[in-house]
Design a protein around this ligand. Structure first.
Ligand code: HEM
Length: 464
């Protein structure tokens, strides 16, 4: 067998925990993360020690180093058991970000186990990928129909011209409707799920119980679909791997729910914002009908997964100006890497319609967003953004750009609200009759959609 010689950090190189760290999640970071990345880069170079809720982490800032981490899965492990501070019980008691990392699913697996889980997801998503398969066609039609219905409801409530929050009144309900349908949920998923997923991803004070609630809901769904298989992702996951327990399937659904609702939702909002704020190249690609390119450009400016999930060093390794020791934790920052990339590429890349596919909005390497999931995400974002601009002849930000409320967590950067002033381009899309008339409907799915709409429009009140 070939013997490998690995480098060992020189004894005098500092351990992460011995360095003074700057907390990352500050008001300044909330207002302008780019300025914080800039300062960290100027102070430390391509990799900087930062504090995340009291725990030191290496934040990887430069494009080359981020790619180096993403592409070398032998050196950079995903399994949380590689984290030395956790193994030695040195994390603060109840540290809120740990709840999410303890959920063992595809994203936090390595090697064969990881490959097998990815392949299961891939097989289960395949029917929905193909435009000409009944499942693919129906899902595409449903996404467009839900988007139209939501615009119709907006118009029914606020008129053909008025104000709307494209976060709470359009993007979030749309993604919940899509998840309800794709996962085969017997009852519609509500905003409580989104809030629990946010709490987990952001490490909110209630992250542990929130993660528990969302996992329990997904495990119940797994058990339900095992008993009554349908034409949905949950049932197809079971078909692809009959050995999945309800708990394991629940964990996979849970992480896919985060990707669908939080990440895809943020991508919709970030893309809408780039168009609304008049980013010329984003608008140009949109008006040229290149929705995929529009999404790429928006991802470059503002990737929804701003700082990717932790990786743990398998061995000592030199990264940037530091030695990272075996068992230390790094977070590769797509947002900081894009800033670096744009500085390297200067205006040639942003100003023209040359490919922007170098962005890391989908991650990269063995743990990058799986192609089938990515195609699904792209289809949803393109449809959601496209339908807004198909329906609205005029849409502009209703508050100054610098007052938009952002959610800047350890992983995600996304808009809490996207308030716009709009004018519809024609007669409003029709809303399903029962919405207008308040009648019950025979079709459970339609009723689910309508009650989800009502809940969103009327601030969480249960429908009669
Ligand atoms: C526009 C929408 C989306 C964006 C921007 C996005 C972005 C990403 C990124 C950046 C990663 C890598 C994270 C890391 O390395 O730490 C990732 C991984 C992943 N995404 Fe997506 N995603 C999107 C939609 C989706 C959807 C719709 C699904 C599922 C239905 C999905 C499922 C996954 C899974 C399972 C992984 C983990 C892959 C692994 O670890 O092997 N994503 N995604």
């Amino acid at each position: 067998m070939e013997a490998h010689e690995y480098a060992i950090a020189p004894a005098d190189s500092p351990w992460l925990e011995s360095l003074p760290v700057h907390p990352l999640l500050t008001a300044e970071f909330d207002a302008d993360p780019g300025a914080v990345y800039d300062w960290l880069r100027r102070t430390y170079g391509p990799v900087a020690p930062v504090g995340l809720m009291g725990v030191p982490v290496w934040l990887v800032l430069d494009y080359a180093e981020v790619l180096q981490v993403l592409r070398n899965e032998c050196q950079w492990r995903r399994d949380v058991r590689y984290w030395r501070a956790r193994a030695e019980g040195r994390l603060p008691h109840g540290w809120p970000l740990l709840a999410g990392y303890e959920v063992r699913q595809t994203m936090f697996m390595d090697d064969e186990e990881h490959l097998a889980a990815r392949s299961t997801l891939h097989s289960a998503l395949r029917p929905f990928q193909e435009e000409r398969s009944p499942q693919g066609w129906e899902l595409r039609a449903a996404v467009a129909r839900y988007a139209d219905e939501l615009v119709g409801v907006l118009a029914a409530e606020s008129g053909t011209a008025g104000f709307a929050d494209l976060g709470a009144q359009y993007t979030r309900p749309l993604l919940l409707m899509v998840t309800t349908r794709l996962f085969g949920c017997p009852v519609e998923l509500g905003e409580e799920l989104v809030m629990d997923l946010w709490r987990m991803v952001d490490g909110g004070p209630d992250a542990g119980p929130a993660t528990g609630r969302a996992l329990a809901a997904m495990t119940r769904l797994a058990a339900h679909r095992r008993a009554r298989p349908g034409d949905d992702l949950t049932s197809y996951l079971l078909l692809a791997d009959a050995g999945l327990s309800d708990e394991q399937l629940g964990r996979e659904l849970f992480m896919n729910a985060v990707c669908l609702n939080d990440i895809t939702g943020n991508m919709v909002l970030n893309t809408l914002l780039e168009v609304l704020r008049g980013n010329a190249s984003v608008r140009r690609s949109l008006s040229a009908g290149q929705l995929g390119e529009t999404v790429n450009r928006a991802a470059l400016v503002n990737p929804p997964v701003a700082n990717m999930c932790f990786r743990f060093a398998a061995r000592d390794v030199r990264l940037g100006n530091f030695w990272v020791r075996a068992g230390e934790v790094v977070s590769p920052s797509a947002a900081a890497a894009h800033q670096d990339l744009l500085a390297i590429g200067s205006s040639a890349m942003v100003g023209s319609t040359v490919s922007t596919r170098a962005h890391l909005g989908w991650g990269a390497g063995a743990h990058g967003c799986p192609s089938s999931a990515r195609e699904l995400g792209e289809m949803i974002v393109a449809t959601a953004v496209g339908r807004v601009f198909d329906h609205f002849t005029k849409a502009e930000l209703a508050i100054p750009e610098d007052q938009l409320p952002w959610r800047s967590g350890p992983v995600v950067r996304g808009l809490k609200l996207l308030p716009v002033r709009y004018e519809l381009s024609g007669p409003p899309p029709s809303v399903p009759r029962p919405w207008a008339a308040g009648e019950p409907v025979a079709d459970g799915r339609a009723r689910g959609v309508l009650s989800a709409l009502r809940r969103f429009m009327f601030g969480g009140k249960k429908d009669a």
